[in-house]
Design a protein around this ligand. Structure first.
Ligand SMILES: [Zn+2]
Length: 397
């Protein structure tokens, strides 16, 4: 891996030379005489942390625009599930490639996935040089032998990328996975040291069904089963009350907030202000392209901020810097990736954005422009783990 020197790039309001040695930042203020095998002219650009997308279904890019603007039940039963039944490994590979290319071009270096035929997605991630936590998905309808196969896969996991890819134990949701299997997934995640990735309280129907079947709400039900802990990544968590937010915070659960998907499917509005007050770690995810309809985390960041303000009636809710933090640093931290900030010693994940674009002018406030005004086409360069994945908007492969 060549050392990389980024010269004259804007960092925290000042022009700096940023030096990457191996896969880490070795200096964020290198002297003018510093040199490296690969030199990037950062003039007219700013360096920022890239995005960490904590909830998606990458291969669902294949269903982008396939079925929009309808009730969730009709959407799932008449369109999404029948389509998914026809998916083959080679189609999953195609969908994953589209997703990975789209994510890199929009500044994302990591995603937490939940789907099937995961070998294909893993191979695409490895080739393109991204990071990922790929969910080994569990649903009750799988046969015992399929489930045993999945457990074996988790037990014998070897990262083919040398540190960028891991697995997660991913019981799909409480309405597709029964209590015994949920507890088995939880034990497996804890024993093997994986995260547990699950959809939680996404819709009102999920809560009503949980009350009917288990006499309590989804978060309380999972807590009763002993499933909630610091390894849990709970996607959505839209329909939760104050006490449930406190439970999630007390157990150290990370929330993957997916504002675009929640609004497009009219699932409900995530109670950001309340959940933040409870002290939960909040991260950001796009969900799949079938309900978003893109994987653009910059756009997600803007939606998250605007919806949080609108819902709370308070424009001070989720300021721009906080929106950026949940889309970057919080996601990296949740998955134990020593990155998400541009700082000496941290893993070298970064994006360079062009400041000559009209959306960045005038530059009263860089982060404000980035969150509220720009779009991801101003991303010139994407670096992940000390490797250039895109430069001048050309992907490395
Ligand atoms: Zn999802």
């Amino acid at each position: 891996m060549d050392d990389i020197l980024i010269k004259n790039v804007l960092l925290f309001g000042k022009k700096k030379n940023v030096l990457i040695k191996g896969n880490r930042f070795s200096s964020i203020s290198a002297p003018a005489f510093a040199t490296a095998r690969k030199v990037i002219d950062g003039s007219g650009m700013a360096i920022l942390p890239p995005f960490y997308n904590t909830h998606t279904h990458a291969a669902m890019t294949l269903l982008r625009g396939f079925a929009d603007d309808m009730q969730l039940h009709q959407w799932l039963h008449q369109y999404i599930w029948p389509f998914e039944e026809k998916l083959t490994a080679s189609l999953i590979r195609k969908g994953s490639r589209i997703a990975v290319r789209e994510m890199i071009k929009s500044g994302t270096v990591f995603f937490s996935d939940m789907y099937f035929d995961i070998e294909e997605t893993i191979d695409i991630v490895r080739k393109y040089g991204m990071r990922a936590a790929i969910g080994v998905t569990f649903v009750e309808s799988h046969s015992k032998s399929q489930q045993a196969e999945k457990l074996e896969m988790l037990k014998h996991w070897v990262d083919p990328s040398g540190g960028r890819i891991t697995l997660t134990v991913a019981p799909h949701a409480i309405y597709t996975v029964g209590p015994d299997l949920l507890q088995q997934c939880s034990r497996t995640a804890r024993d093997l040291g994986f995260k547990l990735h699950i959809h939680v309280a996404e819709t009102r129907t999920e809560v009503d069904d949980c009350l009917r079947d288990h006499g309590t709400t989804p978060v309380r039900y999972l807590d009763k089963l002993g499933v909630l802990g610091p390894e849990v990544i709970a996607a959505h968590a839209v329909h939760i009350d104050e006490e449930e937010a406190d439970i999630l915070a007390a157990r150290g659960v990370t929330i993957a907030h997916c504002p675009c998907s929640n609004q497009k499917l009219a699932s409900g509005t995530f109670p950001y202000k309340m959940v933040r007050k409870a002290g939960c770690r909040i991260t950001l995810g796009t969900d799949g392209a079938s309900s978003n309809n893109n994987l653009d985390m910059r756009e997600e960041m803007k939606f998250a901020a605007l919806i949080a303000k609108g819902a709370s009636g308070d424009p001070q809710t989720m300021p721009a810097a906080e929106a950026m933090e949940i889309a970057t640093r919080n996601g990296a931290e949740a998955f134990g990736i020593d990155a998400g900030v541009i700082a000496k010693g941290k893993l070298a994940d970064a994006i360079l954005i062009r400041l000559d674009d009209e959306s960045m002018k005038p530059l009263h406030h860089l982060v404000s422009n980035w969150v509220y005004a720009a779009n991801s086409s101003i991303i010139d360069t994407v670096i992940c783990d000390g490797r250039i994945l895109m430069q001048h908007r050309e992907l490395a492969i």
